[in-house]
Design a protein around this ligand. Structure first.
Ligand SMILES: [Zn+2]
Length: 303
């Protein structure tokens, strides 16, 4: 039974009419055999049901949403998910977009329930859309120790090194959105960070002005970047203590669980918006299932 049905108050008409709503029978939804209450608005004569207000309204295969969520956040590609769930690839795409938008909204709401983070770490993870000539940068912020993902942004950036000349010749000039997106991210996570928090990052010269602007009163600690332990695995550091372990470990988990971020794979991102949706899906799974449920109250001062 839905919340609306159990409520002593009748729901308001979706068309915006006030009062004059009456119950008008029940029906059994074919997709999950659930009994749904139908209502009639006496003002506009339109009928609606308690399902009208649900996020999965008008979906025919709401039963596969949880399965698809687990597959897409567990290293499966969209095509393999379609094959395993025996659904059409286009259904997967539609559901992927729906789930991604839902996850982004839910993650930000759930993050508000946590106490403000005392120590955070942030850095950029690099990937590409379609070809390495069109690289993307994912700015990620995580809470120290618990590894909870606070937020992220996907930004376009121009190709670097040997590919820069070829990329410009083939695809023309490419805008660098990293600064803009980093500012957007800082603005978004401002409310999730304590006013006197410790913010850790690498020695990128662009970070300091943005941090001091958005996190006044916070201490910004910068560390020198270290080499990766295996070629191509920049997130897992070679030896010794990694001062940005929470962030690097989260990036490594993202690379292990988001199919399009795997190293040396034929899966790739075609649209940066879809990469953002996929990371939003993973961030929800990560924060809900894959990290410590009750983080110890350990701060940087104790290490
Ligand atoms: Zn009405």
């Amino acid at each position: 039974m839905s919340l609306v049905q159990d409520s002593p108050f009748l729901p308001l008409c979706p068309s915006g009419c006030r009062n004059h709503v009456v119950r008008r029978g029940l029906y059994t939804r074919s997709s999950d055999k659930k009994t749904i209450q139908r209502f009639l608005c006496r003002s506009c004569k339109k009928s609606f049901s308690s399902a009208t207000f649900e996020p999965c309204f008008r979906q025919k295969r709401r039963d596969i949403n949880p399965h698809l969520f687990r597959l897409l956040t567990g290293g499966f590609s969209q095509r393999r998910s379609a094959l395993d769930l025996q659904i059409n690839r286009k259904t997967v795409v539609r559901k992927f977009i729906f789930l991604g938008l839902w996850a982004a909204k839910l993650s930000s709401a759930l993050n508000q329930n946590h106490p403000p983070a005392e120590t955070i770490e942030f850095d950029d993870l690099e990937t590409s859309e379609h070809t390495k000539c069109k690289p993307l940068s994912v700015t990620l912020a995580v809470e120290f120790h618990s590894r909870r993902i606070l937020g992220f942004r996907v930004a376009q950036m121009p190709a670097k090194g040997l590919l820069s000349h070829l990329a410009k010749k083939k695809y023309g000039p490419r805008p660098d959105e990293r600064t803009k997106k980093r500012k957007e991210l800082f603005q978004e996570i401002k409310s999730l960070v304590a006013p006197t928090a410790l913010i850790k990052s690498d020695e990128n010269p662009h970070y300091a002005p943005d941090v001091s602007k958005h996190f006044q009163g916070c201490h910004h600690q910068r560390f020198k970047g270290k080499r990766g332990c295996v070629t191509g695995q920049g997130e897992l550091k070679k030896i010794g203590f990694d001062p940005l372990f929470s962030l690097n470990h989260t990036c490594a988990m993202m690379r292990a669980n988001i199919n399009r971020l795997f190293r040396r794979t034929w899966c790739t991102t075609k649209k940066k918006e879809r990469l953002a949706l996929h990371i939003a899906l993973y961030a929800l799974r990560h924060n809900q299932d894959l990290i410590l449920k009750k983080p110890k109250m350990k701060t940087a001062k104790t290490i």
